[in-house]
Design a protein around this ligand. Structure first.
Ligand code: FMN
Length: 190
């Protein structure tokens, strides 16, 4: 059975829009897939989360937009999960990204987050990330010939499909050297 780990990076935790998005997205996964949701605002980085990351066949990152950035629980997670960079827990593991926003800033977050995840070692499959906004939500209530050019809730279905397809890849990825010493150590001397 394929295991998918969904990380909710919203500071609003279980009660926010990201949690609601995750609930709605679950229907796009086939029955035989196991879905594990972690709300980073509630449970942070731990040995249990490390194990769940390591066991997952793919991961889904969900965040809102907060002053042009992803959620602080997700930022904290990325800082703490730095130790996983280039390890077998993440190397080549497919990752999908969903960003919510009211109106602006989300695409920058999507691109930057995909870049960060790729640099850590995750695999970003094609068409595996989207932004959904309040603006689109309102605009899509009126029929428009432009509608197909807007990201829509239903696009999550093909993102899930691409994510699951990517889990069938079996590639021995090459690894550049990663400095495994403490990345927090001081380097300014004078
Ligand atoms: C503190 C804060 C800052 C926000 N900043 C932005 C922003 O810069 N751009 C935007 O389009 N939406 C912004 N929003 C709206 C949220 O991104 C949006 O409502 C999102 O769905 C929130 O998800 P959540 O309820 O899970 O936290 C902000 C919301 C909050 C609470």
């Amino acid at each position: 059975m394929k295991k998918i780990l969904i990380l909710n990076g919203s500071p609003s935790g279980d009660t926010g829009n990201c949690a609601f998005w995750i609930k709605g997205m679950k229907k796009f996964f086939p029955k035989g897939v196991s879905l594990d949701v972690v709300t980073l605002a509630k449970s942070g980085y731990s040995s249990s989360l490390k194990k769940r990351i390591s066991d997952a066949d793919a991961m889904v990152f969900v965040t809102g937009t907060y002053w042009d950035s992803w959620g602080s629980p997700l930022q904290k997670f990325l800082e703490q999960a730095t130790e996983l960079e280039g390890t077998s827990s993440v190397m080549g593991k497919p990752a999908a990204v969903f960003v919510l926003m009211h109106s602006v800033g989300g695409k920058g977050i999507l691109s930057r987050l995909q870049g960060v995840l790729s640099t850590m070692g995750f695999l970003i499959p094609p068409m595996c990330g989207m932004v959904y906004s309040l603006v689109s939500d309102i605009a899509l209530q009126s029929p428009s010939s432009h509608a197909k050019d807007f990201w829509q809730k239903e696009d999550a279905e093909l993102i899930v499909e691409n994510l699951l397809k990517a889990t069938d890849l079996n590639v021995q990825w090459a690894l550049w050297p990663v400095d495994k010493k403490d990345p927090r150590r001081k380097w300014l001397r004078s």
